[in-house]
Every structure is written in C-alpha cells, then in structure tokens.
Design a binder for this molecule. Structure first.
Ligand code: SF4
Length: 271
C-alpha cells in the first residue's frame, strides 16, 4: 500500500488562505498549517496569524527560512527583488515550503476562489498535489468574507487602512496608493523601504520599488496628494462600473483585478 499523503495548507496572512484554513478545520482534522515568515511582514499580519491560530486550535508552523531577506540580498549582490527577478519568493517562500514538505506525498490546499481566474506558482515537485476546495465547491468572495466573519476572525486588519495584500511591507507589487497608505500608517516601514532603495545605489544600481519613481519623491506632499486624487478619480469610475457589489466585498478599496500582485500570480505571498 502507498504512503498516506500529508495534508498541508500554506497561510500567507491573506484572507483567502485564512478562510480556507477555517473551512477545512473540521473537514480535515489532520491538516498541517504553515506560514512562511519573511520577517518583513507588517505587524498586522503577524497579529492576524496569531488570532487565526487561536481559532484553529492548533499551531501554525512558522517555516522561517534559515537565511533572512538581508542575507539573500547580500548573496544577490545588493540586487533588490522585482517582478522580473523575484528571488524573494523563491528563497523566502518556495524553498522553505518544499523543505518542510519533503519528498513524501502531499496534498497542498490552495485558497483560489471560484470567482477568480488567477494562476501562480504553487510547486512543481511531483510529490505535491495542489487542490482548490473553494473552486471545487463554488465559493466566491462573499462566501469567504462570511466564513471569516462567522468565525470571529474577520478580514485582515491591514485592509482597514486600504492595503490589499499580505507579504513584505516593501513588496514591489504595491500600487502607488498603497505606498501612500504605508507612508501614512507605518512611516517607519516606509522609511526602511526607502533605505533599501537608496542603498541599492551603492551597489551601482538605480532601483525603485515603485516602477520609475523613487520613494523619496513619492513621499513629497504634492505627490501624495496627486496620487490620492488620481486614485479617487479611478475609484469613482470603478464604482460606477460595479454598482451592484456590496460594501463588504469592496472593503480595502482594491479589487483583485486591479491588483497586479494578485493578477500576476504570487500566490504564495498573497492568497
Ligand atoms: S511579498 Fe513581495 S517582496 Fe515579499 S516575498 Fe512576496 S513577492 Fe517578494
């Protein structure tokens, strides 16, 4: 007889994986929950994972990588990660996941919903079978919000101030409006991100987290105001186009289809 598979769910600190953990808690009691801690997450994310752990009633294993972001940054000779050279996901999320999983058979539960059309790297290891319970059972965004509310966990607290993502505070997938919100909510994280950017110059590279704009420029009051105004205008257009979507569904102010992080499939960091 073949070896029984382990059942594993990776939590990102995002709402969909949290809802899936709650959804599967009683259905698959032997499930193992893991969280790949980059050590660069927002404190709200750590708090959310902690509260989720209490609701699940079992530990969420932290697969903190042996080597930190700053270690890998040195290995990559000061080259900060970006969409085109995403070593951060590989070194801080995927490798720790595969190390934790090992070589035995594993069923990997992924929180993609039935109302979205995302893809992304899960794992190509042949012993890992990815399954999508929300898609199989037809659960959409409103169902996920209901699961989170009924459990008492609610949405991730960073959504209260308009951030759409879990993951590193400096994640290069952030939209400009999210950088502005980070600046206003967590100026110390914004300053740290700016420091990384400015140090990159010392390694001979002009690197900006946010496309072609240095964070120091983006933080200027007139730029902050312009970004907010642009966002308000775009948001008014979007609201018009989706009159029938409930307030709960638009919490956070960013929809997945607006969000390149989600569109581009960095599932392990953000789902
Ligand atoms: S959240 Fe962003 S910066 Fe952090 S590991 Fe994922 S892709 Fe990289």
């Amino acid at each position: 007889m073949g070896q029984e598979p382990r059942h594993i769910l990776s939590l990102s600190g995002g709402k969909d994986s949290a809802a899936l953990a709650i959804y599967l808690r009683d259905r698959i009691p032997q499930i193992e929950y893991i969280f790949h801690d980059t050590d660069k997450e927002l404190e709200e994310t750590y708090d959310y994972i902690h509260r989720l752990e209490a609701i699940l009633g079992k530990p969420i294993v932290r697969t903190t990588p042996e080597d930190s972001f700053d270690h890998w940054l040195k290995v990559y000779r000061g080259m900060l990660p970006s969409n085109h050279r995403r070593w951060c996901t590989k070194m801080l999320k995927l490798k720790p996941f595969e190390a934790y999983v090992g070589d035995g058979p594993v069923i990997n539960y992924v929180g993609l919903r039935a109302d979205e059309n995302r893809t992304g790297y899960i794992s190509t290891k042949p012993n890992i079978l990815a399954v999508y319970p929300f898609q199989d059972d037809g659960l959409v965004r409103a169902d996920i919000i209901r699961i989170l509310e009924d459990s008492g966990l609610g949405l991730p607290p960073y959504m209260d101030w308009g951030r759409s993502r879990s993951g590193c505070y400096f994640c290069f997938y952030q939209q400009k409006i999210e950088w502005v919100r980070l600046l206003e909510k967590h100026p110390k994280y914004f300053a740290l991100a700016m420091e990384y950017e400015e140090k990159a110059v010392l390694h001979g590279e002009q690197f900006y987290w946010c496309k072609n704009e240095p964070l120091r420029e983006l933080a200027k009051p007139e730029r902050v105001q312009a970004i907010k105004d642009n966002w308000e205008t775009a948001e008014a257009r979007r609201r018009k186009a989706r009159k029938n979507i409930s307030l709960a569904e638009t919490l956070g102010g960013l929809e997945p289809e607006d969000d390149p992080h989600l569109r581009d499939g960095c599932l392990v960091c953000s789902i």
